[in-house]
Design a binder for this molecule. Sequence first.
Ligand SMILES: O=P(O)(O)OC[C@@H](O)[C@@H](O)c1c[nH]c2ccccc12
Length: 258
Amino acid sequence: MTNLKTVFANKKAFIAFVVAGDPDFAACADNIVALAEAGADLVEIGIPFSDPVADGPVIQAADLRAFAAGSTTAKVFELVAAVRKRTQVPLVFLTYCNLVYQYDYDKFFTRCAELDVAGAIIPDLPLEERDEVKPIAEAHGCHIIPLVTPTTPPERIAKIVANVDGFIYVVSSMGITGTRDNIKTDLNQLVANIRKYTTTPTAIGFGIHTPEQAAQMGAVADGVIVGSAIVDIIGQYGREAPTHLQDYVKAMRAALPE
Ligand SMILES: O=P(O)(O)OC[C@@H](O)[C@@H](O)c1c[nH]c2ccccc12
């Protein structure tokens, strides 16, 4: 099983997000391989969900393309199996609570372990319910990646990051996913608050799309996460997406601090 520590070892991490099955399963596998080859250190695979409450229009549209291509959780696991024949890039899932619950926690993380998926980001899993699933994930060697937002109070940050490894997802801004030109949160302060309680790496996501932002956010945290900008390239270029994705990832990676 991939140790997520390696993702952050001796470098800032570039983390790319795609929606599984967007625009179809074959193209999605090619896109993930292209992202990995261009230097993405970790790929977040979104499992399409009918009510993606934290997602903006770009990712919602990708979910719809994936559903039109016949996406189901079982097919997403098949996609990962196909991807695993082509790349060993570290992978995590991003999806919502109900989907994992419905698939069955133990079955879900058993499959993850078999396919070397290092964990899951579940944005609607509250801290209060985390113990329902975290021990099961960990029994399979998988991480539950927690999220900290600009309004999370310090006492709650302490609880959220306790006994967590993998990484901490630092949400840059309130609201939903989507590119933003202005990120106003004091992320130095937010990351400093997190680092008071843990040495687990941090990665900032939500809104990041330009090399300038990658440079700025990469100076604050241990990694940056880009979703909507990548999904937008996939939506725009279809089958031609891989070369465009590679150019984009190379430019973003090059902008990250050493
Ligand atoms: O799309 P953005 O603004 O680049 O943000 C990253 C994001 O797409 C990815 O991590 C993500 C997709 N869906 C989410 C739901 C909640 C939190 C994070 C996510």
